[in-house]
Design a protein around this ligand. Sequence first.
Ligand code: PBG
Length: 327
Amino acid sequence: MTHDLHRRPRRLRTTPAMRRLVAETRLDPAGLVLPMFVQEGISQPVDLESLPGVCRHTLDSVARAAAQAVEAGLGGVMLFGVPDEPKKDATGSAATAEDGILNLALARVRQEVGDDLVVMADTCLDEFTDHGHCGVVDAHGRVDNDATLDLYMAQAVAQARAGAHVVSPSGMMDGQVGAIREALDADGFTDVSILAYAAKYASAFYGPFREAVACSLHGDRKSYQMDPANRREGVLEAELDIAEGADMVMVKPAGYYLDVLADVAQISSVPVAAYQVSGEYAMIQAASQRGWIDGPAALEESVLAIHRAGADIVLTYAALDLAQRRR
Ligand code: PBG
C-alpha cells in the first residue's frame, strides 16, 4: 500500500541535532530570574520544607547566592524580605526603613554583583504588615487603595536608594505603577525600572510562599488580586500598567495562566515576564520526591511552556538549577 505523504513532520525530529536546530523556543539563563528570601536575625540559612531547594537566606548567604547567579549567567534576582516578627506593624514601616531587611539585602547584593545581574525588589507591604495585607487597612477593614500608594512610593524610593535596578509592585493597587514612577523620578531615580505585576491573580498556588515569608494574613486578597475566572481583564491590567509607565509587565501565576500570558504578549509593547509561583514549583518537587515524575525534566518543560506562551522573562525558583543544567 502506498501513501502519498509529502509532508512528513517527523523528518525534523530525527536526531537531537535536528531537533535542536528547529526548536522554536529556547531556555536561556539570561531570561531567568531567581526569587530569593532574606530573613532578619538568623545566622544560618533556613531550608523551607514546602519549597525543596529554597531557603530563607542570611545577608551573607544571599550575597553568595547572587554571586552564583552571576556565575550561572542568570538574568536577575528578585528579593523578598522576612522581617523580625516584632518589627511588623499596621503600615509595614520596615519596608521603607533604611535598615529594613529587604533594603539591607538589596544593598548587600548590589555590593556583591554590581551591574553584572539585574537586582529586583518586591515592592509590597505584605511581608511587613502585622495583618498581612498588601496595603493599609481602613476603619472598615478594607484595603485602602490610595493610602497604600503613598507607602509604595516611599518603599520604592527606599529600594532604589538601597541599590535596586528594578522595583516590582506586586500589591495590585490601582495606579501603583504611575505613583511609583512619579516618586522615583522626583527623587532622581529616573533610571530605575518598574517591573509591574500587571495581571496577578488571587491564587491558591501562593501557599508555600506565604510560609516562606511567614505571612500574617488571615483571610484572602480577593478584593485586590484578580479573579482567576477573568482572562480579558488581564489585558486591561497590562494596558493600564504600560500606560502608567511600566517598563516590563508580568503575569502571575504562570503555568495555569498561559492564555492570559499569550494575550498579554500579543498586545504588549514592553518585555513580558511570568512568575512560576511557589505552588507550581512545589507540586513538581513533591511529585518528583515520590518518584512520580522526573522533576528536572518537568521543571524544564514547565518553564519552556511559559516561554512558548510568550514570556520573555521567567521568574522561577528553579532558575539556578535550570541554568546549571544548561552548562
Ligand atoms: C506579594 C507576593 C506574593 C508572591 C509574590 N509577591 C504572595 C501573595 O500575593 O500572596 C507569591 C509568589 C509565590 O507564590 O511564589 N508580595
